[in-house]
Design a protein around this ligand. Structure first.
Ligand code: ADP
Ligand code: TRP
Length: 320
């Protein structure tokens, strides 16, 4: 089974990204032949600063390798190192009704947020379909926000196959419904747009300051507290075993423990969990040649598949 997913390089990764996207991507490696790419062409639709895009792309590669992507098993690559997807996107554009793209929420949402209505942003789902169909992926794990894009992908594959004959494998979406929404320091969904994140690679004093900022109610030290409605506890749960959670919940309910203590417990857990990942990232930063080599080899694997698909598609439409 071939599995593919893409991640937009869009800034420093936070704990929400880690549990919502990164950890699931690392676990994918167990499930089949995994292709994970950094969607830098897609990021151009919102990032128009060359140095920033380059840096964020590099950062995502480092972050994912540090978090446990095994390049011996998984093809990790930059989208722009597989330019075949653009030719395929053009072929797909010609079986793509305007109405299909006009209905896409992501475009409308971005325009509502003030992004300019550029063709790249509008055609975003066609390129995404090309990413997926180029490697003939069977399964595409994504967050809920990408569900509609996968429907577009399937539609385009069906339209193309009906028009020109069977070329594309129909991908099955695998929507991550069961990942919990990670709360930010203010209790809303953690998101870089809300300035409420805790970054994975933050450490030392800045991390401590951030954790101490997590919003709680104003119960005094000796009062009993409710773990289930507490943001600190919600985050603690992500990093601890059921026994540890039960033990901390007990201390909440018994009273006599301040929120400062719970925050310190959380901080210890975070350091324990992310310690090895931060260490690995530091080593990788010293070995950028290795990282480049990983990305290059990943791109070669993906390109080989993309070229195979493209030859079939070019023949089908009459370019060859
Ligand atoms: P942000 O909201 O910070 O801009 P993105 O929209 O770039 O994050 O999300 C990238 C990935 O991380 C998506 O797959 C999304 O589902 C996941 N993700 C982001 N925030 C959270 C969160 N608070 N809880 C769980 N998953 C999240
Ligand atoms: N649009 C996806 C996102 O923002 C990223 C992406 C681009 C992608 N191409 C893809 C995801 C192909 C899965 C498959 O999260």
């Amino acid at each position: 089974m071939r599995i593919l997913t893409g991640i937009q390089p869009s800034g420093k990764l936070h704990i929400g990204n880690y549990f919502g996207a990164m950890k699931p991507a690392v676990e994918l490696q167990e499930q089949g032949d995994a292709y994970i790419f950094i969607a830098n062409y897609h990021a151009m639709t919102t990032v128009q600063d060359g140095n920033a895009l380059r840096e964020m792309t590099r950062d995502v590669a480092l972050d994912f390798l540090a978090a446990g992507i095994d390049p011996e098993r998984t093809a990790l690559y930059r989208q722009s190192d597989v330019p075949e997807v653009h030719e395929l996107a053009w072929l797909l554009s010609n079986v793509c009704p305007m109405g299909l793209l006009e209905r896409c929420h992501s475009y409308k949402d971005k325009i509502a947020k003030g992004f300019l209505p550029m063709h790249g942003l509008f055609a975003y789902p066609v390129l995404m379909a090309a990413d997926i169909l180029a490697v003939q992926s069977n399964v595409v794990p994504v967050g809920k926000d990408q569900k509609q894009h996968l429907e577009v992908t399937r539609d385009l594959a069906i339209k193309f196959n009906n028009t020109y004959g069977e070329v594309f494998t129909l991908p099955e979406p695998s929507i991550r419904e069961n990942v919990a929404v990670v709360p930010g320091v203010d209790g809303q969904k953690m998101s870089k747009s809300y300035d409420n994140t805790i970054e994975i690679f933050m450490e030392g004093k800045p991390l401590k300051k951030r954790v101490m900022k997590i919003l709680t109610d104003s119960k005094e030290m000796d009062e009993p507290k409710d773990p289930e409605s507490c943001n600190v506890f919600a985050l603690y749960k992500l990093f601890s075993s059921e026994e540890e959670q039960a033990a901390l919940a007990e201390r909440y309910r018994a009273g006599g423990m301040g929120y400062g203590h719970a925050k310190t417990e959380l901080l210890d857990k975070m350091n324990e969990h992310f310690g090895p990942i931060r260490e690995k990232r530091r080593e990788l930063v010293e070995n950028m040649d290795y990282v480049e080599d990983v990305l290059k080899k990943g791109a070669e694997r993906a390109s080989a598949l993309a070229r195979e698909t493209l030859v079939k598609a070019r023949q089908a439409v009459g370019l060859e």
